[in-house]
Design a protein around this ligand. Sequence first.
Ligand code: IMP
Ligand code: MG
Length: 179
Amino acid sequence: MNNTIQIKDKQFQISIPAEKIQHEVQRLADEINRDMAGKEPVFLVILNGAFVFASDLIKKIHIPCRVSFVKLASYEGTGSTCNVKEIIGLSESLENQSVVVVEDIVDTGITMDCILRNLQSLHAKEVRVASFFHKPEALQKPIALDYVGMTIPNDFIVGYGLDYDGFGRNLADIYTLIK
Ligand code: IMP
Ligand code: MG
């Protein structure tokens, strides 16, 4: 196993092995299987970063469910605020459905806050949030997370779907930026 890697101008050091990640994914799946039994939830996977976590999680869900892939897109300007961002790619109605939002990481919480605001107009019966990583020290918006894989320090990481400038999403382990 490579302990350090170089992506573009930056060096990263391995910090969380794949086995640890898989263990926590199983724990989350167990919780969701238990909590959402009989609800036929819709998993709303936020692209791009959540695709790896979602793929692992979904294979461990044993209750009837659906999976939808969406993106948060800005439709005007740079889209740095929530009022210029919208959820795109949703092909089915969420009205009266139990929804589990699947994200790779909640950092400042601004993205998740925006997603949850967008979802309000779609009249789901219930919305829960599953984020594999959570950086509580970075949180700027009060977000209630229902399922958290791992709480991590406020460092920049790559791997398991997370990227640095587009690279590193394919790594099965997590690497932390060396300061
Ligand atoms: P937010 O700050 O909670 O709005 O997170 C916004 C987005 O930043 C996340 O969905 C990730 O795509 C990205 N992000 C946050 N922290 C990291 C990190 O440590 N590595 C890679 N991407 C990150
Ligand atoms: Mg993301």
